[in-house]
Design a protein around this ligand. Structure first.
Ligand code: ZN
Length: 487
């Protein structure tokens, strides 16, 4: 019996404790109440409690595919190397992504946040920086993920002045070679993660290639474009749009078979309303960008739209699903909320423009998830990835999950991605997601939408099978296990 089984049982029991407590609060499960209640009602409640237990157990013991992370390789994390890697290497790191945003929104100053995340401040002094803001943020999904991770990994129930030393000691004890495997597989019971590398390279040759599978980032192929980043590794001097096409092709030829998907987060900069633009119309703007000259908004859009489709057509030819950010923005004080409203409508246009491309729309387009549900119900080539959503708004995510099951085909749902740079909170996020899915399925049974066996039959395919099919994980695992860069 490994630590995974231990963790799983602990988490199940804890969650069941909540459930059983809720039923007890109604007075039906206590012996006295059972006697007092009409027999049929008591029997129904007992059945419902048993079904919940069964569903929770199944959801927690089933391995899950994690379809979106930004994790650096473990060796990078241990060396604290590379952009996107943590600033500090102490317990505050667990709060650096995404809880830092809630702290800033709550009112913490940038100066204090920078000190909190600084490698030069004593970890023992950091609690006093956090303390004024902790009551305001400690119940958000971002904080709950951190708190669950501290509970499961460090054995600390409550972060406080009294427990910071214990948290720091446990942080150091865990942060050793092999801790990615321990957290992701043994504790979180994840089959594999799909990583969108943020350290500047479009595809990372991970030393853990079958645990940290990789997306090929296409955003710099069309936005910017990121000439140096993509052209230098390809060894191609870019003097024309045709040269740039060759650069794009080089990345697909070299890494297409190893990548699980392609990914773009360009929705942080504009709407995803990419029109099919012929090369001739994009070329003048492209040449200006190449010469580092100013371009108009219209010229830039022509270039981006043309190159987006050039990259997406390559992805489609290489049987790679196209993952696109939709909805909510990370960070604070920058999100143009009105732009998000158009994401789902534009996503539908993409599905129509390229029926052979498998699109994966990420983050349930939060807060516009009803629109995305309408999209995935209607389009064969649309899929929804719930990555990040369980900690943005855990109750909305549960609501989406319930509605998806009774609205759109279940084989188009990818239920989890931690979306983290630090590895520790992935566990907390996975527990929140499993708890939300188990609650959603239990409620669907209790409300009469599903039978218990219908609910249980969905667990393996949704948590595991869908991602295996959509991203060809068996084939990719086989190829990656023989990749030259694996150890
Ligand atoms: Zn992400």
């Amino acid at each position: 019996m490994n630590s995974n089984t231990r963790m799983t049982r602990r988490a199940v029991l804890r969650n069941l404790g909540v459930v059983t407590g809720a039923i007890l609060a109604f007075g039906a499960s206590s012996p006295a109440a059972t006697v007092a209640a009409p027999g049929r009602r008591a029997a129904k409640l007992r059945r419902s409690e048993n079904t919940r237990k069964q569903i929770f157990r199944h959801v927690f013991k089933t391995p899950m595919v994690d379809t979106h992370e930004h994790l650096p390789d473990e060796s990078q994390r241990l060396q604290r190397a590379g952009a996107g890697s943590p600033r500090c290497d102490d317990w505050a790191l667990l709060l650096s992504h995404y809880l830092d945003s809630d702290l800033r929104t709550a009112g913490m100053s940038k100066v204090d946040l920078d000190r909190f995340l600084s490698p030069d401040v004593d970890p023992m002094e950091k609690w006093s920086l956090l303390e004024p803001w902790w009551p305001a943020v400690k119940n958000t999904g971002y904080a709950q993920a951190v708190r669950i991770s501290m509970r499961e990994l460090y054995g600390v129930e409550n972060l406080s002045a009294m427990t910071v030393a214990k948290v720091q000691t446990a942080y150091d004890r865990l942060r050793k070679p092999g801790f990615y495997q321990e957290i992701l597989r043994d504790h979180a019971n994840l089959h594999s993660c799909q990583v969108n590398c943020l350290t500047g390279t479009p595809f990372r040759e991970s030393t853990m290639p079958t645990l940290l599978m990789q997306d090929l980032s296409i955003v710099g192929m069309f936005a910017g474009p990121a000439f140096r980043q993509y052209a230098a590794p390809a060894g191609i001097e870019v003097k024309s749009l045709a040269d740039w096409h060759r650069v794009i092709k080089w990345w697909f030829e070299k890494y297409g078979k190893y990548a699980v998907a392609v990914k773009s987060q360009n929705a942080y900069a504009r709407n995803i309303d990419y029109a099919r633009v012929p090369a001739e119309q994009a070329e003048p703007g492209f040449n200006k960008l190449l010469a580092n000259e100013r371009v108009s908004v219209e010229e830039r859009k022509l270039v981006e739209d043309h190159l987006f489709w050039y990259a997406v057509d390559e992805a489609t030819a290489h049987h790679l699903p196209v993952k696109l950010h939709t909805g909510y923005y990370a960070g604070q004080n920058g999100m143009p909320l009105s732009r998000l409203l158009h994401n789902a409508g534009s996503a539908a246009d993409l599905c129509r423009l390229s029926p052979n491309t498998q699109f994966v729309f990420m983050h349930i387009c939060y807060p516009h998830y009803e629109e995305l549900l309408g999209l995935v119900k209607h389009y064969t080539n649309a899929h929804v990835d719930m990555c990040w959503s369980w900690i943005i708004n855990p109750i909305a995510a549960k609501d989406y999950f319930k509605k998806h099951i009774v609205t759109a085909p279940a084989n188009k749902l990818l239920p989890f991605g931690g979306d983290y740079i630090p590895v520790e909170p992935v566990l907390g996020h996975a527990v929140i997601a499993r708890q939300g899915m188990a609650q959603a399925l239990s409620e669907l049974v209790e409300e009469g939408w599903l039978t218990a066996s219908d609910a249980i039959d969905l667990i393996e395919p949704v948590l595991n099978g869908n991602a295996h099919r959509i991203f060809q994980l068996e084939k990719k695992t086989e190829l990656l296990s023989r990749a030259a860069w694996g150890t």
